[in-house]
Design a protein around this ligand. Structure first.
Ligand SMILES: NC(=O)c1ccc[n+]([C@@H]2O[C@H](COP(=O)([O-])OP(=O)(O)OC[C@H]3O[C@@H](n4cnc5c(N)ncnc54)[C@H](O)[C@@H]3O)[C@@H](O)[C@H]2O)c1
Ligand SMILES: [Zn+2]
Length: 363
């Protein structure tokens, strides 16, 4: 499946195809870029897929410098970015060169940031290897490193020249990491496309079993939905907020639990449940709409209830959120499956009540 992302002179293609990593060299050659490349990845991913990518690039005539970064979030620091800039210089990358980000969202973010800033911006190709990175982080051009004060605070918009999604690689993900990524897939269905949501409902079992044709079709569908949003709102003015569904409360849950208790997708699943229940309380959605969301999240192995949460701390974290404008927090609500609306100035008591429901017995 090839999905065009229409952004004028910054347009690019997302290719979703089993075995896509083998084709990176030939596809990069088609873009007419310079022969120097830097392959940015972590040790674990390099062991699994580094050779495939390097071989493909070399056989298409590219020179490849491999740049290893730490695994996961520790890659997203200024010190790591500085080491990458040094490595790019040492490998003589110039303004026609390409940085390839092979890995999860963390590798994609730091490599994208390095590509955005090195010589005022060089080509970047995203080769996402987690579900989250394939359906979310690799698409849209947001790049970032963390600041001690907050995650993703320092960054730039820098669109990739190409996104190559090889769904076969998600089969080597640890189970929790795989399921966590499914939260973004469910999110896309809820707020953007009722037919896609029904497809995920129908295929939940083979999806969880990582049946390759199903994984490929569902991941491709999700990429298409995210690409559609990005093409309509490249720089996050209004529409792109829709992708924050489940994240207003989800991010707050991650923050108050010190980013240790929940995987990102687990926090997003709980955020979806709380925000769905908020919509019910505000008279925006029906109970059946809420229950369908909970049932699908549970069916793909994500949590829909959690105990011991501090509602006041969560509310405080919500108002600190980066997306808040002048203290006003935008909530994305789903009036029905496949639709959304933005709501500001939600009564804190309604949020508290929705959070309390996370601790009740599941349906
Ligand atoms: N730029 C954006 O638009 C955007 C959107 C969402 C999230 N993000 C960022 O993405 C990051 C999270 O990304 P993530 O969830 O992909 O996790 P991650 O990048 O932290 O990777 C998680 C772990 O999975 C391992 N891994 C990756 N692919 C593998 C594979 N195929 N097989 C086996 N192991 C593999 C990695 O080595 C790493 O240890 C966060 O930093 C977040 O801020 C960015
Ligand atoms: Zn997310």
């Amino acid at each position: 499946m090839v999905i065009p992302v229409d952004l004028g002179s910054r347009s690019y293609r997302i290719v979703v195809e089993s075995g896509a990593l083998d084709t990176v060299g030939a596809r990069l050659a088609e873009l007419g870029v310079g022969k120097h490349t830097a392959l940015v990845s972590d040790a674990a991913i390099l062991r699994l897929y580094g050779k495939t990518v390097a071989r493909s690039l070399e056989s298409a005539g590219f020179a490849v410098a491999t740049v290893e970064v730490p695994e996961g979030e520790p890659a997203k620091t200024l010190a790591v970015a500085a080491r990458c800039w040094d490595a790019l210089l040492a490998a003589r990358l110039d303004r026609t060169s390409t940085v390839l980000a092979l890995g999860g969202g963390a590798v994609g973010d730091v490599a994208g940031f390095v590509a955005a800033t090195y010589m005022r911006g060089v080509n970047v190709v995203q080769l996402p290897t987690t579900v989250l990175a394939q359906v979310d982080a690799s698409i849209g051009g947001k790049t970032a490193i963390d600041h001690p004060a907050a995650k993703n605070l320092i960054g730039a918009f820098h669109q990739p020249r190409l996104v190559l999604v090889d769904p076969a690689v998600v089969r080597s993900l640890p189970e929790r990491e795989f399921r966590s990524g499914l939260a973004e897939i469910v999110k896309h269905g809820i707020v953007l496309d009722a037919d896609y949501f029904a497809e995920v409902e129908r295929d939940a079992a083979p999806l969880c079993a990582r049946d390759l044709p199903v994984v490929e079709r569902i991941i491709g569908g999700s990429c298409r939905l995210k690409a559609g949003v990005v093409a309509r709102d490249e720089r996050e003015s209004e529409l792109r907020h829709v992708l924050n569904y489940g994240h207003t409360i989800g991010h707050a849950l991650e923050s108050v639990t010190g980013y240790t208790r929940f995987a990102h997708g687990e926090a997003v699943a709980l955020g979806i449940v709380a925000e769905a229940r908020l919509a019910l309380r505000l008279g925006v959605a029906s109970e059946e709409t809420v229950l369908r969301q909970e049932r699908l999240l549970a069916a793909v192995g994500l949590p829909v209830r959690a105990s011991g949460l501090d509602a006041s701390a969560i509310l405080a974290a919500i108002t600190r959120d980066k997306k808040a404008r002048d203290g006003r927090v935008p909530f994305v609500l789903a009036p029905k499956i496949g639709a959304f609306q933005l709501t500001y100035d939600v009564d804190p008591d309604a949020i508290r009540a929705a959070l309390r429901e996370l601790a009740t017995e599941a349906c």
